[in-house]
Ligand binder design. Structure first.
Ligand code: HMG
Ligand code: MG
Length: 299
């Protein structure tokens, strides 16, 4: 049976805009976040406190946070790779939730955060402890859960190990990232089933990129396992700068359209989401990657 409602985590302002070759002005980022909140988004991943040399697109995240209004029930999580990032996030006074990000693949871990998987888990320990001490909530990512741009196949046991480690450290939720969108439905389902053997399935989120056009099918294949959170990006923005060829996350508009059609509540307003997607696509000078948004424009 399918869930009656699902939480959708909007990652467009971070996962989407981190990958644009031209930096997006901070006021455009703020306008996008505002439109997403107006569409009903309750969790909006707005940016990262990472090295500006590695990801210049996210360099203004502190300025962005300063521009965002505090809204009841809306949280603005940010990615944090280490203590330096956490200190910057805390200094804004505006962050209630951080996200640490690990990988199931050794090669991707090195390319993305310049350390091995075990070193990353060791590094997250003090970050988590300090974050929890300051009353922040911590979410965790596992990247490359269905394949790696450098290693190819990734063992499900590696995914389970990293997911369990993040949950064990205190992440309230672990998001499973198909970073390069290579997964297919049965493979996705088996991977989620395996992770659900190690931690409660209601603490798992699906973070599927749509590079090979499989993301909605992969989500659907996992929905009756008890997963209750989907990550998506408005207009299907994004990719990862350290995973060449990876395109955006599954489009939020497409996820919401599918779930609405299945009678699953998300609390999101499709028309307003499409407006947010249209605004950012115009600002980027790109056509939207959302099939639903494109279809609605043509009628
Ligand atoms: P490093 O070079 O090993 O770090 O990078 P370091 O500690 O040796 O420091 C080197 C320099 O960076 C120093 O500056 C530090 O101060 C500075 P310098 O002395 O050279 O002037 N530095 C920082 N500056 C700002 N904020 C910080 C910070 N830390 C160090 N937090 C590091 C290691 C992790 C910092 C680097 O590799 C990095 O920033 N990587 C960013 C990776 C990233 O953001 N990737 C994209 C997000 S992951 C993703 O998209 C996948 C996901 O969507 C899920 C999925 O789809 O699978 C989440
Ligand atoms: Mg991603």
């Amino acid at each position: 049976t399918y869930p009656a409602k699902l939480r959708v985590v909007e990652v467009g302002p971070r996962d989407g805009l981190q990958n644009e070759s031209a930096a997006v002005p901070v006021c455009t980022r703020a306008a996008l976040v505002g439109m997403l909140a107006a569409a009903g988004a309750k969790t909006i991943e707005v940016g990262s406190f990472v090295s500006p040399k590695w990801v210049p697109q996210m360099a203004d995240t502190a300025d962005l946070l300063a521009m965002l209004p505090a809204m009841a029930g809306v949280s603005y999580p940010v990615l944090v790779p280490n203590l330096k990032g956490l200190e910057q996030a805390l200094a804004t006074g505006k962050v209630g939730e951080i996200v640490v990000f690990g990988s199931a693949s050794e090669a991707f871990s090195r390319r993305n955060i310049n350390c091995s998987v075990d070193e990353s888990l060791e590094r997250f320990g003090p970050v988590m402890a300090k974050a929890l001490e300051h009353g922040l909530r911590v979410r965790g990512y596992v990247s490359c859960v269905l394949g790696c741009p450098y290693e190819g196949e990734v063992a499900v046991t590696a995914v389970v190990r990293v997911a369990a480690a993040l949950a064990g450290m205190g992440c309230y939720e672990v998001s499973l990232g198909d970073t390069i969108g290579v997964g297919t439905p049965l493979k996705a389902r088996r991977m989620v089933e395996a992770v659900a053997g190690a931690l409660p399935v209601d603490r798992l989120a699906l973070h599927f990129h749509d590079t090979y056009g499989q993301a909605l099918a992969n989500i659907l294949a996992c929905l009756d396992l008890g997963v209750s959170v989907i990550d998506s990006a408005v207009a299907g923005l994004g990719g990862c700068p350290f995973a060449r060829g990876a395109t955006g996350n599954v489009a939020t508009e497409d996820v919401v359209y599918m779930l609405q059609g299945m009678g699953i509540e998300t609390g999101l307003d499709l028309a307003r989401l499409c407006e947010a997607g249209a605004m950012i696509s115009t600002a980027l000078g790109q056509e939207t990657n959302s099939r639903v948004a494109r279809a609605r424009l043509s009628v």
